[in-house]
Write a protein that binds this ligand. Structure first.
Ligand SMILES: NC(=O)c1ccc[n+]([C@@H]2O[C@H](COP(=O)([O-])OP(=O)(O)OC[C@H]3O[C@@H](n4cnc5c(N)ncnc54)[C@H](OP(=O)(O)O)[C@@H]3O)[C@@H](O)[C@H]2O)c1
Length: 231
């Protein structure tokens, strides 16, 4: 029997692109779990979205927090349809590969690449109960290798290349799932800054499309503006 209620978890949904994705999916009728590491900000975001939204504490850089979040969610719901791995960071001083420290590298990789993998593993049993499970990994064109690097935020870019690799491997391991990476473009958020060319609504569009409308057999790809792009 197909499950009627669509349920999604969006990580890093207390602000920026993640909040907008959660808001738009709630508007489309999804029940939304607002994943955030900061309880106050996460609860406030869920209240702002409305009755369809609930806060779920999850620090994507902490394997213990990921496990707790998965068991907490399993107490409330019997399936999960869409996981949006949105949370991400650029650490201070990530501006020159020859000066990159092991701390910067480890923190960035743990949050941006390992976190989404561990979250996919932890929530996979609940996703497998969906009639059309989807994982959407929010990546960046900065992670593309096909045209070479330009030196901008090197560790962040490496982490997004790794995230695209995680996407590709998960798609191969989960043939019934749609697993894709998506670049939102340059978006006006705390990360993107005020000079960015896109609003959060524009940035969220491709993520929401992959979460709710894209063909289920579209998987293992990297997309921007609803189109497959090379990486
Ligand atoms: N903005 C852009 O131009 C742009 C371009 C390409 C890709 N992206 C990607 O889009 C995603 C969202 O970025 P954004 O622009 O919306 O950035 P943002 O406004 O800085 O928001 C980032 C979100 O991630 C959360 N987060 C960071 N580390 C976390 C952790 N360990 N556990 C849980 N949550 C954590 C933050 O929570 P706190 O509030 O607690 O810090 C916040 O909710 C990121 O993956 C980013 O790499 C953004």
């Amino acid at each position: 029997m197909p499950k009627l209620e669509k349920i999604t978890l969006v990580t890093g949904a207390n602000k920026g692109i993640g909040f907008e994705v959660a808001r738009q999916l709630a508007k489309k009728g999804f029940r939304v779990f607002v994943g955030a590491r900061n309880e106050k900000a996460g609860r406030a975001a869920a209240v702002k979205i409305g009755r369809a939204a609930k806060f779920l504490k999850i620090d994507v850089s902490d394997p213990g927090s990921i496990r707790e979040a998965a068991s907490e969610l399993a107490k409330t719901i019997d399936h999960l349809d869409v996981l949006v791995n949105n949370a991400g960071i650029i650490v201070d001083g990530d501006d020159a590969i020859l000066k990159t420290t092991s701390g910067q590298f480890e923190t960035t990789m743990r949050t941006n690449a390992l976190g989404p993998l561990l979250i996919a593993q932890a929530f996979q049993p609940m996703l497998a109960k969906s009639s059309a499970p989807r994982i959407v990994n929010v990546s960046s064109s900065g992670g593309q290798l096909h045209d070479g690097a330009d030196g901008w935020s090197p560790v962040y870019c490496i982490s997004k290349t790794a995230l695209n690799g995680v996407t590709s491997q998960l798609a191969a391991a989960l043939p019934k799932f749609a697993v894709n990476s998506v670049c939102p473009g340059w978006v006006r958020t705390d990360m993107g800054g005020t000079n960015a060319t896109r609003s959060v609504e524009e940035g969220a569009d491709g993520i929401v499309w992959l979460s709710a409308e894209a063909p289920q057999n579209l998987t293992g790809k990297f997309l921007q503006d609803r189109k497959v792009i090379p990486w």
